[in-house]
Design a protein around this ligand. Structure first.
Ligand code: FES
Ligand SMILES: [Fe+2]
Length: 468
């Protein structure tokens, strides 16, 4: 039994337009709450279809403290499960990809099929029922080669997000991509500070001199990004039309999707603005198509330029610790050392992520102070941070209300451990395979999207007060 009153009280005292009350950034209670109420109830961008070896294989990762595994069978169907053995709970597959047709628990060698069924358990008693001990399914969706999972029994509505993302992402042909590089960064800061930092470019001019060469930091704020009447944007639109690329923007309750031009004369998010990969992900041979930024709450953003897709994911691992995972995808036919160089491909985001880690850590140290008071966000430069914290608070309040049966949850104690999912409908945990698409480069920058059109109002989707 956990006491939700502390979190509820912090949410109640939160001042809109301001950074959050201290305990939401540095208390063990908030960490535990966020794993369940936020990461346990959202869609997570787990990785990419191209990371799962064919014809049969899996990709395992850990969400909070829950290991999960996405499998792909020879027919291309994706399924996803809690990666916990139904014998005594051991993690079955190590995190990362694997090319297995069967999943064998390393502890006592129980064996599961890629469909989650238990197919072998040695020396068990006659009364044992293997069909009652399959891996527990979780939800999985595939969009243009990107794989999303949710631990929630009833995840947020997905259809409108798919409709927004798929047409913009598909031309990047993620299903014809390969993982060129992946790394992680341990940041001594709460995940919300990592994401707040990732949702704004108010700090970029001073904090990221290298990124500032290519990224239009002055425009990435205040809804000015897709400015009407700007001849530069008209030229950009003409290039996109010639390349058959849609621009958006699409802004949903928990997602943002928009293609935007880089600084004049720059065609990729690299140290020198030139493409890092000669074999392009998109069709055609003009790489000057800007970047497709696609981002979801609570944890991720991607940037897809013509030559590569970069993925950024922030995962809480302790009260004051977040692991940032970065991945770079390139066309599967691109040859390392010939068509691209990993150092050149990764240099800009590596230095940018390290700069951001330093900013997050100094942010956390100051937030921990007895003297910390929530301060006002810059409405122009931090509009996406405001969106993020509003989304967080709204989701947290709804979670508490659902658990307590009240509007606020203040003063209530209730067990909010995850609901057991011993038996889920067969449809859960399955997504039928491939679609085209390539993918994403992370942009921690809070690009300002025009709020005017395309604000998502999907039926059943989470609604946020500021969604329009
Ligand atoms: S815990 Fe997996 S076989 Fe025993
Ligand atoms: Fe940054």
């Amino acid at each position: 039994m956990r006491d939700l009153s502390m979190i509820a009280a912090a949410l109640a005292e939160r001042k809109p337009g301001h950074s959050l009350p201290q305990l939401l950034y540095n208390s063990p209670e908030a960490y535990e709450f966020d794993l369940e109420a936020i990461f346990g109830q959202s869609w997570i961008l787990a990785g990419f279809a191209c990371e799962i070896p064919r014809p049969r294989g899996y990709l395992a990762l850990t969400i909070g403290r829950s290991p999960v595994v996405i499998t792909r069978d020879r027919d291309g169907a994706f399924r996803a499960f809690f990666n916990s053995c139904r014998h005594r709970g051991a993690q079955v597959c190590p995190d990362g990809p694997g090319g297995k047709a069967r999943l064998t628990c390393p502890y006592h060698q129980w064996v599961y099929g890629l469909d989650g069924r238990l197919v072998h358990a040695q020396n068990m008693q006659p009364s044992f029922r293997p069909d009652e001990h399959g891996l527990k399914p979780i939800h999985v969706e595939e969009v243009a080669g990107a794989l999303f999972v949710s631990l929630a029994e009833t995840p947020p509505a997905f259809d409108r997000f798919r409709a927004d993302l798929e047409p913009l992402l598909a031309p990047h042909r993620l299903n014809e991509a390969k993982l060129a590089h992946q790394n992680t960064l341990v940041e001594k800061g709460n995940w919300k500070l990592v994401m707040e930092n990732a949702r704004e470019c108010y700090h970029c001019a001073v904090g990221h001199p290298e990124l500032a060469l290519t990224f239009p930091i002055a425009e990435a704020k205040g809804g000015q990004f897709a400015k009407e009447g700007d001849p530069r944007h008209a030229a950009f639109d003409a290039r996109l039309a010639a390349a058959g690329l849609a621009k958006g923007p699409f802004l949903g309750p928990w997602w943002q999707v928009e293609r935007f031009p880089l600084k004049e004369g720059q065609v990729s998010l690299t140290m020198d603005g030139r493409p890092a990969v000669t074999k392009l992900m998109i069709a055609g041979d003009d790489p000057d198509v800007g970047s497709l930024r696609w981002a979801i709450e609570p944890h991720s953003f991607c940037h897809s330029t013509a030559d590569t897709t970069v993925y950024f994911s922030a995962m809480p691992t302790a009260t004051g610790e977040t692991v940032v995972t970065c991945k770079w995808l390139v066309h599967q036919d691109a040859v390392e050392g010939v068509d691209y160089d990993v150092e050149r491909l990764t240099a800009l985001w590596n230095i940018t992520n390290q700069q951001d880690r330093d900013l997050v850590e100094l942010n956390q140290r100051g937030v921990n102070s007895l003297g910390y008071t929530p301060g006002p966000y810059c409405e122009d430069g931090e509009d996406y941070v405001i969106r993020f914290v509003d989304w967080y608070c709204d989701k947290a309040e709804k979670f508490i209300a659902a658990r307590t049966g009240s509007d606020t949850g203040i003063g209530t104690s209730i067990d909010w451990r995850p609901t057991a999912m011993d038996v889920l409908p067969a449809a859960i945990g399955t997504a039928v395979s491939p679609a085209p698409g390539l993918a994403a480069v992370p942009s921690e920058i809070g690009l300002a999207l025009a709020f005017a059109a395309d604000v998502s109002t999907a039926a059943g989707a989470e609604q946020r007060p500021d969604a329009s």
